[in-house]
Design a protein. Sequence first.
Length: 195
Amino acid sequence: MNILAHAYLAGSDEDLIIGNFIADFIKGNPAQPHHGLSEGVQRGVWLHRGIDTYTDTHPIVEELRQVIRPRCRKYAGVAIDVFLDHFLAVHFTEVAGLALTQFAQSFYRLIERSTEQLPAGAHRMAGYMIGQDWLTSYQTLEGIDRSLRGIARRTTFPSNLDTAVADLRTHYSIFDAGFRRFFPQLQQYVASQRA
């Protein structure tokens, strides 16, 4: 899953939210003293990793990857993560019971208040994310296209992520149905992990 899903699935615990947000920038064991993370933020990092593993190994997500694999090959999972964030953004009020703009602003304020806890890479990304309002932009195909193009610029090998939105347009109903089948299962998994 991508930024929006991780932020939403962390719930209301601020440490879990921060840990989820910075997890991709934490290498190895988050409890290592050199990371300087509180126990709550460490739990957020572990939750993020659990969400990624659950998502990456789920058969519904594998079905969706097969749709885009001819275009994106080994980066198909990256595209699906972004696509799933799109459908969460589109259905956010239905899923979360509040407007995406309200959630996004609350999340951005927390990140801005917590800059001292962010690794350098996460701090840089946060500036772009907030300045360009990434979470709200995920509602549109243009926003998803912009996100995928940005990721494509940072990949080591050719990814075709910069053209992946074409497959999202073509197979929109397949991806939407996949999201609707998968996301409730992911929510149940996260609830079991947070309990």
